[in-house]
Every structure is written in structure tokens, then in C-alpha cells.
Design a protein around this ligand. Structure first.
Ligand code: NAP
Ligand code: MG
Length: 399
């Protein structure tokens, strides 16, 4: 066997739960370890170990991503009362992704993995559309009130010296509702930085859209800060990378997205990102073909699959069934992390390996060999629908 590719620096490897944990081990055994002398710092975020460590392992893993600059994460169970009895947990722990995101202060980017035999429902889309979602504030941190009857609703800001500034929201003519939302300059700035860092990395033009014609101050501030960050910090870097920054109104953006051919990063305000990422994901094909990257303003990155632990497949696997669970997004989480490591360490062999593994996975699918979720969508019809084990063997063979 040829010598394995060596790594200069480790990546933070974050293991998880259920079917994705089973696939994680299989991907390492069949697709990574035979070719790469894998260097990782391993964190077991499987629910039993999070419980045993009172969730300290999650905090440690986030610190490792920050320190090493690159992490790869398996899907993890977010515990609830059903999981508490299933796993006999001492406590309910917060979502690991929320914990890690809070520590890294990150922005989440979701990108579909496209193959020629699964066509998007939007026929003009030729290249993937990546969504970058601002994950702080707006309606997700709102104060809301039911207004029982006639009266005045005001916004009141009290500064640290106690001085008040007021503005009338409405002179209510009868019962109704009111909502107060906010955002922070610094959070918007971090969001813009994360978007430009990601876009330069992936050589994607950046689109950003708000409704600043109507919301002149609130959305206007988003537009202004995004533009400032571009002009002062990223303009020359974007030009060097050959990518552009385009601002438009959100309704214009939606019309252009549906008529366009894709191939850009769509930076979205929190609510727009929530809605539009589900639209883009379902129009592009399957949840099992969507990757997710968390990018921190410091430049640290964490790669994962967008899907969960595929719980129902896991129960069937435990009963002895070889399920046809699609490992594509997990494989791409690994290749994303290895390629990033290669770039930071200047180890082109490792980068080339990541590209080859991706190509092997895509070719296997495009030649008609796939898992059940894709076989349901493929045109022309799948030649072979395999279980995860045989599918991963087919990719290894191609690789
Ligand atoms: P899920 O694991 O994403 O699965 C939902 C359904 O989508 C599956 O039942 C399956 O449909 C299909 N699917 C998802 N990934 C697939 C794959 N790789 N191959 C084939 N089919 C796939 O979501 P869930 O069942 O709602 O959540 C299960 C657990 O995951 C929960 O405990 C949740 O907390 C956790 N979760 C974790 C993350 C994360 O760590 N990033 C994200 C979301 C959810 P069929 O059954 O029709 O085959
Ligand atoms: Mg949503």
C-alpha cells in the first residue's frame, strides 16, 4: 500500500450519536484511515459522555476548534425528556450546537451538495446557492405584548445616566398587538465579516438584501454596516479573489434567486435565513445532501452535516438491519475540514486527497450507485440502491 498522507496539525474531531455515529466510524475506517495518517483531537459528544461530564466535553470541544482553527462534528442528540428516560440522563443539556455557536460567536452557512442526476425543482439553478444566516436578534429575541384596548404604545430608551428618549409606535384605536426587536452593531459586523471570509474561501460572490426602503433605520443600519465592513476590510481581498459584493432589496433578491443560475452566497438576516434556507434545501433535493459550516469571526471553522442523527434508521440498525442511510453530508464535512487544514498548513497532498474523496463520492452517485433517499429522486433511475456499508465500499473502490 502507498504511504499514507501525513498531517502537520490536528483537527478537532467531535463524535456524536445514533446512526451518524455508526457512519462516522465507518467513514474513518473505509475512506480516511487507509489514505491519511489522521491527526485529530477527539471529543466524544455522544449523549452518554456529555451526561457523564456534565456537558463540559462540549465546552472543551469548542475551545479546541478555537485553538486548532478547524473542527469536524458528527450530529448529536439535543436532549429532551424522552431522551432523558431513553438514556437515563442525570440532566437535560442544552443543544451542543447552540453551546458551540455561543462560544465561537459564529455564523452558519448551509450549502447543498449537487449531483447531475438529482435536479433542483428550480430548473435554472446550475450552481449551488449557499445561505449565510445571521443567528442573533431580530424577531428571535423580541419583546411582544397584547394591547387590550385604546392607548399609546411607545419605544423608550433609557441611557446609563437615566436620560430617556421616546418615540410613539402607535396611538392604538383599539385592541391589538405590539412587538419590539433589536440588534447590535457588533453582531451585524461579525456576521458581515464571517460572510466575506467564507465567500473569499469559496470564491463566491456575496449577495445581501434587506428592506431598507421601508425600514430606513433598522434595515438601513444592516445595509450600512455590511457595506462599511466590505469597503474598509474586504474590498481589496474580494477583488483579489475575483468576487463581487451585491446589495439589493429582499424582494428583488428573491426574484433574482429564482430566475438566476445560483453560484453565490446569499447573506440573510435572521428571519430571511430561516425561511430561505428551507426553501433552498428542499428545492435543491434532499436534507442528506446539505452541508453546514460554522465560521467564527476569528476565522475558526467547524464542518458538519445539516441533518440530525437519523434516529429511526438507528433503531432499525440496532435490530440488525443494514439501513440505506446517506453518508454524503458526513463525508463532505470531513473533506471540508481536511481541505481547510491543508490550506492553513500548506499541505497540498492533503488538500488533493479531500478533492479526490469528494469526486469519488459524487461520481459514484452520478454513475447510478446511491442510497435510497437519492434513488427516490434520481433521473435517470438508479442502477443500484445500496445500504450505507456497500455504498461506502463503492466510494472506497472508486477512490
Ligand atoms: P434527522 O436525523 O435529520 O432525520 C429526519 C429524517 O430525514 C430521517 O428520518 C430520514 O428520513 C431523513 N434523513 C436525514 N438524514 C438522512 C440521511 N443521511 N440519509 C437518509 N435519510 C436521511 O432529524 P430528526 O429525526 O428530527 O432528529 C434526530 C435527532 O437528531 C434528534 O435527537 C435531534 O436533536 C438531532 N439533530 C441534531 C442535529 C445536529 O447535530 N446538527 C441537527 C438536527 C437534529 P426517512 O426516515 O424518511 O428515511
Ligand atoms: Mg427553520
Amino acid at each position: 500500500m502507498a504511504a499514507r498522507i501525513s498531517m502537520k496539525n490536528p483537527i478537532a474531531e467531535i463524535d456524536g450519536d445514533e446512526m451518524t455515529r455508526v457512519l462516522w466510524a465507518l467513514i474513518k475506517e473505509k475512506l480516511l484511515l487507509p489514505f491519511v495518517d489522521l491527526k485529530t483531537e477527539y471529543f466524544d459528544l455522544g449523549l452518554p459522555n456529555r451526561d457523564a461530564t456534565n456537558d463540559e466535553i462540549t465546552v472543551e470541544s469548542a475551545g479546541a476548534i478555537q485553538r486548532l482553527g478547524v473542527g469536524v462534528k458528527c450530529a448529536t442528540i439535543t436532549s429532551n425528556t424522552a431522551r432523558q428516560s431513553e438514556y437515563n440522563l442525570k440532566n437535560l443539556h442544552p443543544s451542543p450546537n447552540a453551546t458551540i455557536r455561543a462560544i465561537l460567536d459564529g455564523t452558519v452557512f448551509r450549502r447543498p451538495i449537487t449531483v447531475s442526476n438529482v435536479t433542483p425543482s428550480v430548473s435554472t439553478w446550475k450552481k449551488p446557492i449557499v445561505i449565510g444566516r445571521h443567528a442573533y436578534g431580530d424577531v428571535y429575541k423580541a419583546a411582544e405584548m397584547i394591547i387590550p384596548g385604546k392607548g399609546k404604545v411607545e419605544l423608550v430608551y433609557t441611557d446609563e445616566q437615566g436620560k430617556e428618549t421616546r418615540k410613539t409606535v402607535a396611538d392604538m384605536k383599539g385592541p391589538g398587538i405590539v412587538q419590539g426587536i433589536h440588534n447590535l452593531d457588533e453582531s451585524i459586523r461579525s456576521f458581515a465579516r464571517a460572510c466575506f471570509l467564507y465567500a473569499i474561501d469559496e470564491k463566491l460572490p456575496v449577495w445581501f438584501a434587506t428592506k431598507d426602503t421601508i425600514s430606513k433605520i433598522y434595515d438601513g443600519r444592516f445595509k450600512e454596516i455590511f457595506g462599511e465592513v466590505y469597503e474598509t476590510e474586504f474590498k481589496s481581498k474580494c477583488e483579489a479573489a475575483g468576487i463581487s459584493y451585491f446589495y439589493t432589496l429582499i424582494d428583488d433578491a428573491v426574484a433574482r434567486v429564482v430566475k438566476g443560475e445560483g453560484g453565490f452566497l446569499w447573506a440573510c438576516k435572521n428571519y430571511d435565513g430561516d425561511v430561505m434556507s428551507d426553501m433552498v434545501a428542499s428545492a435543491a433535493g434532499s436534507l442528506a445532501m446539505m452541508t453546514s459550516v460554522l465560521v467564527s469571526p476569528s476565522g475558526a471553522v467547524e464542518y458538519e452535516a445539516a441533518h440530525g442523527t437519523v434516529q429511526q434508521h438507528y433503531y432499525r440498525w440496532k435490530k440488525g438491519e443494514k439501513t440505506s442511510t446517506n453518508p454524503a453530508a458526513l463525508i463532505f464535512a470531513w473533506t471540508g475540514a481536511l481541505a481547510k487544514r491543508a490550506e492553513l498548513d500548506d499541505t497540498p497532498d492533503l488538500g488533493a486527497f479531500a478533492k479526490k474523496l469528494e469526486a469519488a463520492a459524487l461520481q459514484t452517485i452520478e454513475e447510478g450507485t446511491m442510497t435510497g433517499d437519492l434513488a427516490r429522486l434520481a433521473v435517470p433511475a438508479a442502477k443500484q440502491t445500496l445500504d450505507s456499508w456497500a455504498f461506502i465500499d463503492a466510494i472506497a473502490e472508486k477512490l
